[in-house]
Design a protein around this ligand. Structure first.
Ligand code: XMP
Length: 516
């Protein structure tokens, strides 16, 4: 593994992903972890991430020189670069030459990091202080107007550093640099492949579950489908998948789970038709938080009931369902402070917020993976592209995309509009560029229109296409006008109650992706 030491900025996850894109396993550890503990993980390399803008900043985490005496190849990035400089006796100066954003860099291509790359590179900078003098034993390998030493290396000790951010998209050849450090600098080999990941996970799942029974709540989303498929492959019929159809699903969703998922994985599936119950509970409710709470609460009740039935139906040999599969991803794990498998379920919105007292042991086969890796695992397991590349969909479903009361008629309207938008985006080949595109029905708003010879008085929908890497932040997607025109045309023609289509051009923040 390669350890990415997190100095508390948002860059660590991005670095960890870039490392994995080079087919090398990576793990994020906090900068407070003692060096012996890091070494116990037998890292092939260590990468120090960006962090506070200055090593002189209040509370800036210090880095002891012992980290660089371990013999493990190390790459300092931005803050990590400066921290390395200070720890090893170089000079970091407070200059007035801050650089933020795109910056021109001149590189020495007679170096391990820059060999084979152009001498002039446009890189992404974000620093106030600069390294004025590299520590003894290092050779300076790049400079910019504001950073006399913008990169350095000591090939003897296999220590490398750069002032800029090779992990961000705006840095030209950033990924090449990452690759050069990993392969040439640190001698890593590209062995983190999907086949290996799947094999390793299957092994672990079998070890954890043994001959016990396990259930998995399918949501129709990518994560639960891939997690379920993995566990099915590992323990076969010990797994029962439960799919709660709450009536707030997208068009064709229930079918897809029943046909595609089951047909391909061979999983045992229990479908609970709970539309009546959910719509009954939601009647008259308009407050978003209240809707979410109701949906979560009903979900739990139905799910618990289903779990009891699974036990009863499986012929009574006295063994209860002990394990619950959950599609927790690596970013959730990192954000909640790491740690390993917990005995109780935590409240997690993927499964509608299951409560603390639900006594299952969690099986979380995706807890080391990023979303794009989950998709690749899904492909490796043979799940169809429509399933693997589908847009993320919130647990409370269309219930939080109808602004106003939720009822069957409104759901029907929204389902049609949503299906058209998805179809056209897919047809335009935009599925992989757009993170998701909620369609929101402003059910309590009406607007006047004209169609044929007549006046109409219908409802508007809002298209909310966003691009994002992790849903934490997002930008509105610049969907080509002709695609928007087709979506608008078709929705207003094919869905009688909708006479206006609008576009949401708000980033996140300040807007969230969903409207409720
Ligand atoms: P927001 O609206 O918070 O959404 O910007 C971020 C991402 O999370 C999804 N989302 C949910 N997913 N249960 C879920 O499983 C929920 O209650 C929920 N609310 C929002 C949303 O679709 C987006 O991808």
């Amino acid at each position: 593994t390669v350890l990415v030491v997190d100095f508390g900025a948002q860059y660590a996850q991005l670095i960890a992903r870039r490392v994995r894109e080079c087919h090398v396993h990576s793990e994020i550890v906090p900068s407070t972890m003692p060096v012996e503990e890091m070494l116990a993980k037998k890292p092939k390399a260590i990468i120090l991430s960006g962090g506070p803008s200055s090593v002189y900043a209040d509370g800036a985490p210090a880095v002891g020189a012992e980290l660089f005496e371990t013999g493990v190849p190390t790459f300092g990035i931005c803050y990590g670069f400066q921290a390395m400089t200070r720890a090893l006796g170089g000079v970091v100066d407070k200059t007035d030459l801050s650089e933020f954003g795109r910056t021109e860099l001149t590189a020495d291509i007679d170096s391990v990091l820059f060999e084979g790359l152009p001498e002039g590179l446009s890189v992404w900078m974000s620093h106030g202080d600069s390294v004025a003098q590299a520590p003894a034993g290092f050779k300076s390998t790049a400079s910019t107007a504001g950073a006399p030493v913008a990169a350095f290396e000591d090939t003897e000790r296999r220590l490398f550093g750069v002032q800029f951010h090779p992990e961000v998209m705006h840095t030209e050849h950033g990924q090449d640099l990452m690759r050069r450090f990993l392969y040439e600098g640190a001698g890593c080999r590209p062995t983190w492949t999907m086949v290996n990941i799947v094999e390793e996970q299957l092994e672990r799942i079998r070890e954890q579950i043994g001959d016990k029974r396990v259930i998995c709540a399918l949501s129709g989303g990518v994560d639960s489908a891939v997690a379920g498929a993995l566990v099915q492959r590992a323990v076969g019929d010990q797994l029962t998948c439960v799919f709660v159809d709450h009536g707030l699903l997208r068009k064709g969703e229930a079918d897809q789970v029943e046909k595609d998922f089951v047909a391909i994985t061979g999983a045992k599936l229990k479908v609970v038709d709970a539309e009546e119950r959910f719509l009954g509970a939601l009647a008259g409710v308009t407050d978003p938080e209240e809707k979410r709470k109701i949906i979560g609460r009903e979900f739990i009740r139905i799910f618990e009931q289903a779990a009891r039935e699974v036990v009863a139906e499986s012929g009574d040999d006295g063994s209860e369902v002990e394990f619950l599969v959950q599609g927790t991803l690596y970013p959730d794990v990192v954000e909640s402070g790491g740690g390993t498998g917990t005995a109780n379920i935590k409240s997690h919105h993927n499964v509608g917020g299951l409560p603390d007292d639900l006594q299952f042991t969690l099986v979380e086969p995706l807890r080391e993976l990023f979303k794009d890796e989950v998709r690749k695992v899904g492909e490796e397991l043979g799940l169809p592209p429509e399933m693997v590349w589908r847009q993320p969909f919130p647990g409370p479903g269309l219930g939080i995309r109808i602004i106003g009361e939720v009822n069957r008629e409104r759901l029907e309207i929204l389902r049609e509009a949503d299906a058209i938008a998805r179809e056209e985006l897919t047809r335009a080949g935009l599925d992989r560029d757009i993170w998701q595109c909620p369609v929101v029905l402003l059910a309590d708003v009406r607007s006047v229109g004209v169609q044929g010879d007549g006046r109409t008085y219908g409802h508007p929908v809002v298209l909310r296409p966003v691009s994002s890497e992790d849903a934490m932040t997002a930008d509105w997607s610049r969907v080509p006008y002709d695609v928007l025109a087709r979506i608008s045309n078709r929705i207003t023609n094919e869905v009688r109650e909708i006479n206006r289509v609008t576009l949401d051009v708000t980033s996140k923040p300040p807007g969230t992706i969903e409207w409720e």
